[in-house]
Design a protein around this ligand. Structure first.
Ligand SMILES: [Zn+2]
Length: 340
């Protein structure tokens, strides 16, 4: 079978790999059909000196596929079922796992495709508890965007920021994979969405996706526009993932008691914080990473109800690197998905 491995920083190699052995009693063997790309793949591709991992490493963190074989003790899954896979090796037994807070697992074995071998290969064995069925009517290509992108947004907006219908939200980088998902999910419950983009073409696409207001951050300071649009009050929630370039402006965009939720720092990790502003304005700031199995199920249910991911580009397994470069160029609107 084929497997795509990272052999050195920025060097991917598509090669023949041995077929996996028969799945264990509580495992399933999955024929992988689609891998969706995320910023974490880009971090891994560029090289992360501090990350504990060994090369070569099979890449791919977010995926969907079809069950090929089930272990003898697996119930509820059968050969031919369409499934998505959780993107990290959680233990399944610690308190966080038992309570359904999978992304706070105390003994996590690593993120697939980043710390440990990922999904960019024809077949993979996985504990059945990390696999869940794709509902009828959801294509595998779309489902592949559920285990990380859609579920991360679900977790950020609804578990952390507790976004409510009728509220106003600022979504940064509305053309990114998670930005497009955040616009759709916020509009789906009847929020007013303000989003930032880096060019006018993306602005038109964000509007078509449902954004009420679009700010081209290259032409205008977004925090000024937000204050104007909200009659100087500010927004209820800011959806952050840009980091250094936007963090202070994001705080200035919040109303008193507003919530900022962040899952990324693509423009850099360091920002200063005015503590007077933090407590006087009673801001609530949430760090968010990954999602729970429940978030993935909720994301898949939303897809079934019609909130479909925006796919920017679909590439073949051999073009995984080209997909990453497209992501890196920021010339995307939506997700890059590798299908095979
Ligand atoms: Zn655990």
């Amino acid at each position: 079978m084929r497997a795509l491995t990272l052999v050195a920083d920025r060097t991917l190699q598509l090669a023949e790999a041995p077929e996996p052995s028969a799945p264990g009693r509580d495992e399933v063997q999955i024929r992988v059909r689609a891998v969706a790309l995320n910023h974490i793949d880009l971090w891994g591709f560029r090289g992360m000196a501090f990350a504990k991992r060994r090369l070569p490493l099979v890449v791919g963190a977010e995926a969907a596929g079809e069950i090929a074989v089930v272990g003898s003790e697996v119930t509820g899954l059968a050969a031919g079922d369409h499934v998505v896979m959780y993107g990290a090796l959680t233990c399944g037994t610690c308190r966080a796992c038992r309570e359904g807070r999978d992304n706070l697992c105390e003994n996590v074995g690593g993120v697939m495709g980043f710390h440990v071998d990922g999904f960019a290969r024809d077949r993979v064995n996985l504990p059945a508890r990390l696999v869940m069925a794709v509902p009828a009517g959801v294509a595998l290509r779309d489902a592949a965007c559920a285990p990380i992108a859609f579920s991360t947004v679900q977790h950020m907006l609804f578990d952390n920021a507790r976004l409510e219908p009728g509220e106003t939200i600022l979504v940064h980088a509305g053309g990114s994979g998670i930005g497009t998902a955040a616009i759709q999910m916020a509009k789906d419950i009847g929020c007013t969405v303000i989003t930032t983009v880096g060019d006018d073409d993306k602005g038109l696409k964000a509007k078509a996706l449902g954004a009420d207001y679009v700010i081209n951050y290259r032409n205008e300071r977004f925090e000024h526009v937000v204050r104007k649009l909200t009659a100087k009050k500010g927004v209820d929630v800011v959806f952050e993932h840009v980091g250094a370039d936007t963090f202070n402006g994001s705080l200035l965009s919040l109303k008193r008691g507003g919530r900022l939720v962040t899952c990324g720092a693509t423009s850099g990790p360091a920002a200063s914080l005015n503590l007077m502003q933090l407590f006087q304005q009673q801001y609530r700031i949430f760090g968010s990473f990954g999602a729970s199995m429940r978030n993935i199920r909720d994301a898949l249910a939303k897809m079934q109800a019609g909130v479909r991911p925006v796919i920017d580009t679909e590439v073949e397994l051999g073009d995984f690197g080209r997909g990453l470069e497209r992501l890196e160029s920021r010339q995307v609107f939506g997700k890059v998905v590798v299908t095979f």
